[in-house]
Write a new protein. Structure first.
Length: 181
């Protein structure tokens, strides 16, 4: 049988070791957010409570990808304020398909960051189950990709597709902007 004092000593040792690593990771996260992402020190400390970066590889891939799609450093900081976990996302598998989709329907690099910032949940919604179906609903009414891109409502909404369809179509037809079918 192991004496209680030994259990407490070992337990405290493991806890201190774990807390030391957490502090090291939190310090890295704060300095990374300030130096690389352009967030304020106060915001970096707040965000470090919600996201824990261990190394720069994944976050750098996210930043490079968003930069290639038109995000400035200040827009990136705003995105991180809204979505602290964005830097933990898988750039290639999670973000890239959505960004390619937006580019394919004609969203410009100057408009994309605005859509991402105003559509709070857009990067965390399913492309196949949410974004594409919403686009298709709007496209069926507006008939033009340029008009779909201009209509920010499709990207801001948190409704499921069936609810979105009912609300959006009802909203359009109440305003008499389009003739009823």
């Amino acid at each position: 049988m192991v004496p209680n004092f030994l259990i407490r000593t070992l337990s405290a040792s493991f806890t201190n070791h774990r807390n030391g690593n957490h502090h090291k990771d939190a310090t890295f996260t704060v300095s990374y957010l300030i130096d690389t992402c352009g967030v304020s020190p106060k915001l970096a400390r707040e965000l470090s409570n919600r996201v824990n970066l261990k190394n720069p590889d994944g976050p750098n891939a996210v930043i490079d990808l968003l930069s290639n799609y038109g995000c400035s450093k200040s827009q990136l900081a705003k995105l991180l304020e809204i979505h602290s976990t964005l830097l933990s996302a898988n750039a290639e598998n999670t973000l890239l398909p959505k960004l390619k989709f937006f580019r394919s329907i004609g969203v410009s690099d100057s408009d994309l960051p605005k859509i991402l910032i105003s559509g709070r949940y857009i990067l965390f919604r399913s492309l196949k189950k949410c974004l594409v179906p919403r686009y298709e609903v709007l496209r069926s009414v507006l008939f033009d990709d340029k008009e779909v891109v201009r209509s920010k409502a499709v990207w801001k909404s948190r409704f499921e597709v069936s609810q979105f369809y009912e609300v959006f179509r009802g909203d359009i037809f109440q305003k008499d902007e389009f003739p009823c079918e």
